[in-house]
Design a binder for this molecule. Structure first.
Ligand SMILES: NC(=O)c1ccc[n+]([C@@H]2O[C@H](COP(=O)([O-])OP(=O)(O)OC[C@H]3O[C@@H](n4cnc5c(N)ncnc54)[C@H](O)[C@@H]3O)[C@@H](O)[C@H]2O)c1
Length: 394
């Protein structure tokens, strides 16, 4: 099976792509490699996928491109003709979406509509996409079940995710495309996102810096370990449903105070706490009802928070040591990564769609100003890595 994974250089996308390659599927990754967080982390994820493909003999292609762009996506779909789309690319993060909602509309809503259009035009058999527990917003009925209202979103990010669900449902009703939306609940683990609490707290507690604690510590989250999430994503890829949404959580909430205690135990250090008021956009509680995903996907999370955080901290310590060893100006890091790609696995064929010009990071880039350049498959083979590590994008 050939699966096109968008956002495959990111946290959940790279784990999903890695698991698909490990079991022998062909994987096409599309990611714009934006600089929402450290780009070298995303490049390293692509490196891991390339190594996994070489190890397993699975086919792997990487395209740097904006999923919202119809022309680029049409080119990729014409070249690759994937059986399944696993659309995980998005601007993630609740708080930044309040500051800059436009980029969220572009990368979440517009990109999802483009991907649905591709699925329709190219007869994709299954369209699996990332939604979020944030669609439950300020709901007070717990645990959150898939048929609960999603009328109470409290951030632009959540609203874009709800819009994606509505669009997917509409495409199903118009064109009978199989669509499955996955509402992820606070995912953490190795290669996680540095803007999320598990990473930030581990980083600060380890280094003896104060952590920002928003609110009185009673807000609760349903933290879900990455391997459990990947098992749910693969189950959705393998079994098309006409039109469904599923919760993928852990169904064990912990409040912020308890979460900090777990990290203190795992790291072996007490946290210094900077108390701050509640943040706009944050919801007081997330708590997944897994009845439906368990019944229809066979989804059963296995990893306790303590076990998952121990694995994350182990990875984080290794990552920090590696980062210090490799710590050098950005250009040489890029060159080092690039040459490590060049030095191995020449048989892999990388397609590249990249911007023709560097663009300013601020103010936010207007989606319409985005330009992409495609290097044909032949050019790409002749110069397999040109532009793969182009300057950070939006
Ligand atoms: N991590 C979580 O706890 C969580 C929770 C709920 C939902 N989600 C959703 O899961 C998905 C994956 O999240 P993640 O945590 O891995 O985030 P991530 O930021 O690590 O990965 C997203 C990737 O998408 C890419 N991307 C963004 N916009 C793009 C565009 N327009 N075109 C091409 N690539 C683009 C980014 O470069 C990035 O590599 C997202 O849809 C996110 O909204 C994540």
């Amino acid at each position: 099976m050939k699966v096109l994974v968008t956002g495959g250089a990111g946290f959940i996308g790279s784990h999903t792509a890695e698991a698909l390659l490990a079991r022998g599927d062909s994987v096409v990754v599309v990611d714009e490699l934006n600089d929402y967080y450290d780009l070298s982390q995303k490049m390293a994820n692509i490196d891991i996928l390339k190594a996994k493909a070489a190890e397993t003999g699975s086919q792997f292609q990487f395209f740097q491109a904006d999923c919202a762009d119809m022309t680029s996506m049409t080119t990729i779909f014409e070249l690759e003709r994937p059986d399944v789309v696993c659309h995980l690319a998005a601007r993630a993060g609740v708080r930044p979406s309040i500051k800059d909602p436009h980029i969220y509309v572009h990368s979440n809503i517009q990109a999802t509509v483009t991907m649905l259009e591709m699925a329709r035009q190219f007869g994709v058999s299954n369209f699996v996409y990332a939604s979020s527990s944030s669609v439950y917003g300020a709901n007070t009925k717990i645990p959150f079940a898939e048929d609960d209202t999603t009328e109470n979103t409290v951030s632009p990010y959540a609203a874009t995710k709800k819009a994606c669900e509505i669009m997917a449902k509409t495409y199903h009703s118009l064109y009978k495309i199989n669509v499955t939306g996955l509402r992820f609940f606070t995912v953490y683990g190795p290669r996680g996102r540095p803007d999320m609490a598990p990473w930030m707290f581990v980083e600060k507690i380890s280094s003896g810096s104060p952590i920002n604690k928003y609110g009185d510590g009673s807000s609760c989250r349903d933290y879900t370990y990455i391997d459990d999430i990947v098992s749910g994503v693969l189950a959705s890829i393998d079994k098309p449903h006409p039109c469904e949404v599923f919760n993928l959580g852990n169904s064990q909430t912990i409040n912020l105070n308890g979460f900090i205690e777990v990290i203190e135990d795992v790291v072996g250090k007490k946290a210094l706490i900077k108390q701050l008021p509640d943040q706009p956009g944050d919801v007081p509680l997330t708590y997944a009802d897994l009845t439906k995903s368990s019944r229809m996907l066979g989804y059963r999370p296995q990893t306790s928070l303590r076990e998952g955080m121990s694995k994350f901290v182990e990875w984080y310590r290794h990552f920090r040591v590696q980062s210090q060893v490799q710590s050098r100006p950005a250009t040489s890091t890029t060159l080092a990564l690039n040459s490590s790609l060049l030095s191995s696995h020449h048989t892999l064929n990388f397609g590249i769609l990249k911007r023709s010009e560097p663009e300013p990071l601020t103010p936010p880039i207007s989606p319409r100003s985005k330009k992409l350049r495609f290097e044909s498959a032949n050019e790409t083979e002749a110069h397999p890595h040109d532009g793969l590590f182009a300057p950070p994008l939006a």
